[in-house]
Design a protein around this ligand. Structure first.
Ligand code: SF4
Length: 421
């Protein structure tokens, strides 16, 4: 898993910040990183998964074949964020450590981070308040980044900030800031309540004059397009996008010049369709010449999300009986992998191996009902080919446990699987 990540973005490991002058500290010294690597591998690595990957991503025992997607699991941004969080714990041994929300969307990983004594400052698992922090405290910003207002509050407390924001997320920020500087409203394809999109939305305000509108579905997009073409009921528009637009947003004014960007983990095909539909609406309203001034877009899906979607598409070309998608239920990129699977074959989005209850029963997340449900009769009785993939926030040890459990339910004990791998 480690050492294979391409393109770990280089950015400041530790940002001096705050109202008091702070020293800059390099977290990634060789000693610290060697210790971090050992600890992180102990927590998240899998021998079996590594061996299956080296063998071309396929393992067969008896009448069961499992195929792994060519790319799955931890992305470079997540690896870097986890490394920096572990490194911060080692370097700031005697200081209180906090994190803004979850480091990534995986409960097991978040549990490990909590076990290092790193306390959460926001969200439903909040353990401390920003107003309680002081200059001796260290605050980790997760891979999704955080909203400007939260970042400012932390700076105002004089805290040391360990910024693990992924470089690909910062590219989106750069883009929406540019839109704001050109007086173009950012139409952001994403989930309005997702941390990354909240962080991006805050940057889309630019110097205070910028605006944003978040669209999640193609139906949302069509609604906006209809308004762009023909106008409509402003109040109904604002109610529909309540919580998903900038303060003071006026669709009669702020849909004149727009730029489309997206959360880094969306489905590429859908994002391209959002861009296409919005552009067409502007062309229909303004004509093709003026539309070149009033519409702009930039594809901000990250490389890791793209690779995982491409690898799953390739895997889905093979005839299989079912697909398991492993990961946190609030993980955006993992949900999209499950959506892709569902279009082709029976797909079960599982949190971890414990959800494979028996050969008759599986607990899985239903994307439409937005809750975990129980399905029966999920595992074929005869020869079976089963695909497995996982989102960018899922560590290999959880994929290994799922693989072991699956083979157990098919009558192959762990020891036999280890020998076959
Ligand atoms: S999913 Fe993409 S944007 Fe998010 S942390 Fe990973 S590489 Fe960065």
């Amino acid at each position: 898993m480690r050492g294979k990540s391409p393109l770990i973005p280089v950015s400041t490991n530790l940002i001096s910040s705050g109202t008091t002058a702070r020293e800059k500290v390099n977290l990634r010294t060789p000693d610290v990183m060697a210790a971090v690597q050992e600890q992180v591998e102990a927590h998240y690595r899998s021998d079996i998964v590594d061996k299956v990957r080296r063998a071309g991503g396929m393992i067969s025992v008896g009448d069961t074949t499992v195929r792994l997607a060519k790319q799955f699991g931890f992305c470079y941004g997540v690896e870097r964020a986890i490394d920096l969080a572990y490194a911060a714990r080692k370097v700031f041994r005697d200081r209180r450590l906090f994190i803004v929300g979850e480091i990534i969307h995986n409960p097991e990983v978040n549990h490990q981070i909590a076990s290092l004594g790193i306390k959460n400052l926001t969200g439903k698992n909040k353990q401390a308040d920003i107003s309680d922090l002081g200059p001796e405290d260290v605050v980790i910003v997760p891979a999704f980044g955080t909203e400007l207002s939260i970042q400012q509050q932390i700076k105002d407390r004089g805290c040391q900030i360990v910024d693990t924001t992924c470089g690909d997320v910062m590219s989106v920020w750069k883009r929406v800031r540019k839109y704001a500087s050109e007086s173009a409203t950012s139409i952001i394809h994403g989930k309005a309540e997702h941390e990354e999109t909240k962080a991006t939305s805050s940057r889309a305000l630019g110097d205070g004059k910028g605006h944003y509108l978040v669209v999640l579905t193609l139906a949302d997009t069509d609604y906006v397009c209809e308004y762009i073409r023909h106008g409509g009921d402003k109040q109904a528009f604002l109610e529909k996008f309540h919580g998903a637009h900038s303060p003071g947003f006026d669709p009669d004014v702020h849909l004149q010049t727009v730029g489309v960007a997206n959360q880094t983990t969306m489905l590429r095909g859908e994002t391209e369709e959002v861009q296409r539909r919005v552009r067409q609406a502007i062309v229909d309203r303004d004509g093709p010449e003026l539309a070149t001034k009033n519409f702009r877009f930039f594809d901000t899906i990250c490389g890791a999300t793209q690779e995982r979607q491409d690898a799953l598409r390739e895997l889905l070309d093979v005839k299989m009986d079912l697909l398991l998608v492993v990961g946190g239920y609030n993980s955006s990129n993992t949900s999209h992998l499950a959506e892709m699977g569902e279009e082709k074959l029976p797909t079960y989005f599982v949190l971890n191996a414990s959800r494979l209850v028996s050969s008759d029963e599986i607990k899985h997340y239903d994307l439409h009902e937005k809750r975990e449900v129980i399905a029966g009769n999920w595992l074929p009785a005869g020869p079976a080919v089963i695909g497995i993939t996982a989102g960018a926030s899922c560590p290999n040890n959880l994929i290994e446990e799922t693989l072991i459990r699956l083979f157990e339910l098919r009558g192959t004990p762990r020891e036999q699987l280890e020998l076959a791998a």
